[in-house]
Design a protein around this ligand. Structure first.
Ligand code: TIU
Length: 223
């Protein structure tokens, strides 16, 4: 395979054609990462997610240097909430619901400060940003068309949270035929035990949904 490199991963190393591989960074938004956003209003300790930022930044730098396709996603809704199902808005007992005004603007609404990507990982010119209304990045988005257009077969996946939007997206991608390698230290959850089990679910049964690797392995493979 031209341009292929072996990446250390579980349940086994994987040979990837880097020209057909994209870095997919899931929902590294202020609404999930910082106090006053959607994550905190759900009752979560947002400081649990900070550990993923540096590993993602290192991989993002390497991917940019290698000319790899970089795709960022953002979960959120239109200001009129027409793409937010009542079942999603009504769920649970958050202190602020989707669309309510919070300290970083309206909760999980496109165009608000809280909806945007954290400064450390901010997209640069030429990188793709996919706005998604759901947990999975394929549902009601152009992601499938974008990947097909760029000839992508493999995804390096990182972001938050491990068991929600990362897991949902990896399952969607796996069913669409993409090889998904999830970067363990580039993901995080508000619940450390869900992070651990979320990764185990992906790589169990011979890699039933994909592979699990880490930032150091990607940096090594790209060097
Ligand atoms: N609540 C939670 O863990 N996650 C989400 O609502 N969205 C994402 O994971 N991005």
């Amino acid at each position: 395979m031209a341009n292929s490199r072996k990446l250390a991963a579980e349940p086994e190393p994987i040979e990837l054609d880097w020209t057909a591989t994209a870095l997919l960074i899931i929902d590294m938004q202020r609404d999930f990462m910082e106090p006053g956003g959607f994550g905190e209003t759900l009752g979560n300790d947002v400081s649990q997610l900070a550990r993923a930022v540096k590993p993602i930044a290192a991989v993002l730098d390497a991917a940019r240097a290698a000319g790899m396709l970089v795709i960022h996603t953002r979960e959120g809704h239109l200001p009129d909430l027409s793409d937010a199902p009542p079942a999603k808005i009504e769920r649970g007992a958050p202190s602020l619901r989707i669309g309510d005004p919070g300290p970083m603007g309206r909760i999980l609404i496109r165009g608000e400060v809280g909806h945007d990507i954290i400064p450390e990982l901010y997209p640069i010119h030429g990188e793709i940003v996919i706005d998604k209304p759901g947990k999975g990045a394929f549902y009601a988005t152009e992601l499938g068309d974008v990947l097909q257009h760029h000839g992508i077969e493999n995804l390096l996946v990182c972001g938050v949270t491990t068991e929600v939007c990362v897991n949902t997206t990896v399952r969607e991608a796996n069913d669409r035929g993409y090889r998904c390698v999830v970067l363990a230290d580039g993901c995080a959850s508000y619940f450390p035990e869900f992070h651990e089990m979320g990764l185990k679910m992906i790589k169990a049964q011979g890699g039933i949904f994909g592979w699990v690797s880490d930032s150091a392995a990607v940096l090594e493979a790209l060097s």
